[in-house]
Design a protein around this ligand. Structure first.
Ligand SMILES: NC(=O)c1ccc[n+]([C@@H]2O[C@H](COP(=O)([O-])OP(=O)(O)OC[C@H]3O[C@@H](n4cnc5c(N)ncnc54)[C@H](OP(=O)(O)O)[C@@H]3O)[C@@H](O)[C@H]2O)c1
Length: 328
């Protein structure tokens, strides 16, 4: 196989930097399945990893990217064969194992999901870890009783990747979604995705009492910190919070009162290590009832060379929706 391009992340005297370079297949981490990558995508974790803003990568150099979709070139595992269209995300991909910002990936067969009917390789990458996390959060909250008739659903960090896809999925499912965003110019876009109301982040009255007026039946939290603390104080009786993000901080300062007086449930969502049967179930749902209606408005294409600038904008909270990286 000829050399191919990838975004490789280096540690240069304690400074982390990602650069587009050429590598050979033999330089990639080991695995049974070799994939011709069609698309990758950009997640917050990728931006943290490639810039060193988060201590995500444990050994260097490392090809970044926690998402890839593509076609199997060869497989030493009987579950996959050349020509199969597949998705690879999560586990150690792009962290402890070379990842998806590469025209060719080599991965353990245990991490590979067959592309479900109903999704193209582009759509699956546009969903990627972000869409998977939104879908997993919907599944976990539904298991705990989330239903459209229970009341409003708050989604914060609303223009982000996970949140835009979550708004679209929830609106499609008949939920009444309230979006919180820091971007005044994007209220119209969020309404087009299906948000019934949009609140400006800067204008939020966070309050400080252990329990505030109950407002939300459920919440999808990309942000953490003060916003998550506010959510715990403003949930209705039996309210459900999916906590998956830390775009605004990792602290959580609240009291036990929401939990012991309102029965609020704080449900952690980890996309990284979901057991494969549940992972496949979520991907099936993402191709069917949870498939967002506005994927093409949420996602846009970029190239490998665009990645460093995109990481920087993402960490400043300046992006909207999902960037899909075209690999061919
Ligand atoms: N647990 C998991 O398995 C999992 C999986 C995927 C992602 N995540 C996490 O979920 C979060 C969202 O991921 P993503 O890929 O959707 O990221 P993203 O596309 O960068 O979206 C994050 C959004 O949060 C808002 N935001 C940014 N900085 C903020 C701040 N200082 N205070 C309040 N809001 C801020 C912005 O939206 P507005 O401008 O609209 O407010 C931004 O667009 C990240 O923390 C990520 O690490 C976790």
């Amino acid at each position: 196989m000829n050399p191919f391009k990838c975004l490789r992340i280096f540690d240069e005297g304690g400074k982390t930097a990602g650069r587009v370079v050429e590598v050979q297949l033999s330089e990639l981490s080991a695995g049974e399945v070799v994939i011709q990558t069609a698309y990758s995508s950009v997640n917050y974790k990728d931006a943290l990893a490639a810039t060193g803003m988060g201590k995500i990568i444990r050994s260097f150099p490392r090809i970044g990217g926690i998402d890839a979709t593509g076609t199997v070139i060869s497989s030493a595992d009987a579950r996959f064969k050349a020509g199969d269209e597949v998705i690879c995300t999560s586990y150690e991909f792009g962290v402890g194992h070379d990842g998806g910002f590469s025209q060719v990936c080599r991965v353990p067969a245990d991490w590979v999901v067959p592309l479900p009917k109903g999704l193209t390789l582009f759509e699956a990458a546009a969903l990627g870890v972000a869409g998977y996390t939104a879908g997993l959060a919907v599944e976990l909250l539904e298991l705990n009783g989330m239903a459209p008739q229970n009341g409003k659903i708050l989604v914060n960090g609303a223009t982000g990747g996970v949140a835009t896809l979550a708004i679209d999925m929830l609106a499609k499912g008949g939920y009444s979604v309230v979006a919180v965003t820091g971007k005044d110019a994007e209220h119209g876009f969020l309404k087009e995705l299906g948000a019934k109301e949009v609140l400006g982040r800067q204008g939020l009255e966070l309050g400080s009492r252990p329990l505030e007026k109950p407002l939300w039946a459920a919440a999808f939290d990309s942000v953490g910190g003060d916003q998550l603390a506010w959510l715990t104080r403003t949930m209705q009786q039996g309210g459900l919070i999916a906590s998956f993000g830390n775009a605004g901080g990792i602290d959580l300062k609240t009291t036990v009162l929401p939990f012991i007086l309102r029965g609020v449930r704080l449900i952690g969502v980890d996309s990284g290590f979901t057991p494969m049967p549940l992972r496949r179930k979520i991907w099936q749902r993402l191709a069917a009832d949870l498939k967002p209606r506005h994927i093409n408005d949420i996602a846009h294409l970029i190239s490998l060379a665009d990645l460093p600038a995109y990481f920087s904008s993402m960490l400043k909270g300046q992006i909207r929706g999902r960037a899909v990286v075209r690999m061919s």
